[in-house]
Design a protein around this ligand. Structure first.
Ligand code: AR6
Length: 231
């Protein structure tokens, strides 16, 4: 269940390896055992203004649940800055709960340059999307759509038209996308989290009963989506 085993995927991985291998000085840092890895940003905690402590609890709880089921996979929480509060909060919980830091860790860097700048190989990356699944709008959504090129927009349109809060959509990245060739990313998983920003659609007006449930659902859908590409 937990390893990529069908022939199509193996062929895809071989192509990736060759292309990524020519990416430059980080080639030696490729994880030798090539564990399937999902990198994800903290959903809803920036533009959508979700409470950071509550988000950190939910991230750690949902990650633990996923790793119980899938032992041959890694999850990486990414943020741009060493000063990231959400990374500190999650790191503290990882330590408290003695979680396996080979399987779940935090990483500082741009999610669109994990391999080329950080030497971190990730098959899949998550996007904190908007409900229309449109490029732009700032944050990680703008960064991912920019880095992936028009290929991501058309591949997304082919798969799904819109998302409701708490849901995710897995989009296979065309092999012509720079994110595929440069970074080795084969899938982008769009996730729509709960919104606590009055300026944005589906505003929850500080209702954290609903908000926490939606954030849990969002991570469940994200990790289920990642699991679906492992099979
Ligand atoms: N690499 C890694 N992490 C990043 C990057 C990056 N390039 N850019 C931002 N982050 P946000 P949300 C982190 O605001 O709160 C958009 O406009 C950031 O520091 O992107 O779910 C969409 O269109 C934070 O920790 O997502 C939606 O309308 C995390 O990514 C709305 O924002 C999420 O921040 C979604 O808001």
């Amino acid at each position: 269940l937990s390893s990529i085993s069908d022939t199509d995927n193996l062929e895809t991985k071989e192509v990736e390896r060759q292309e990524v291998g020519s990416a430059g000085s980080h080639a030696n840092q490729v994880c030798p055992d090539d564990i399937p890895t999902l990198a994800f940003p903290s959903i809803s905690t920036s533009d959508f203004q979700f409470n950071l402590e509550k988000a950190a609890d939910i991230i750690v709880e949902q990650v633990a649940e996923f790793l119980n089921k899938f032992r041959n996979a890694r999850l990486v929480l990414v943020d741009l800055s060493h000063k990231s509060k959400i990374l500190s909060l999650v790191k503290a919980r990882i330590a408290e709960k003695n979680m396996d830091t080979q399987k779940f860790f935090t990483h500082v860097g741009d999610i669109t340059h994990l391999y080329s700048r950080g030497g971190l190989r990730c098959n899949a990356i998550a996007n904190a999307a908007n409900w229309r699944l449109k490029p732009g709008g700032g944050g990680v959504n703008a960064a991912i759509f920019n880095a992936a090129g028009p290929e991501l927009e058309s591949a997304t349109k082919d798969k799904v038209k819109s998302l409701s809060p708490g849901n995710a959509a897995v989009v296979p990245l065309p092999s012509s996308s720079p994110l595929f060739t440069r970074e080795g990313v084969t899938h982008v998983i769009h996730v729509l989290g709960p919104n606590m920003n009055p300026q944005r659609p589906n505003y929850l007006n500080n209702d954290y009963n609903k908000g926490c449930k939606i954030l849990q659902d969002a991570y469940t859908s994200l990790f289920d989506g990642f699991a679906s590409i492992l099979r």
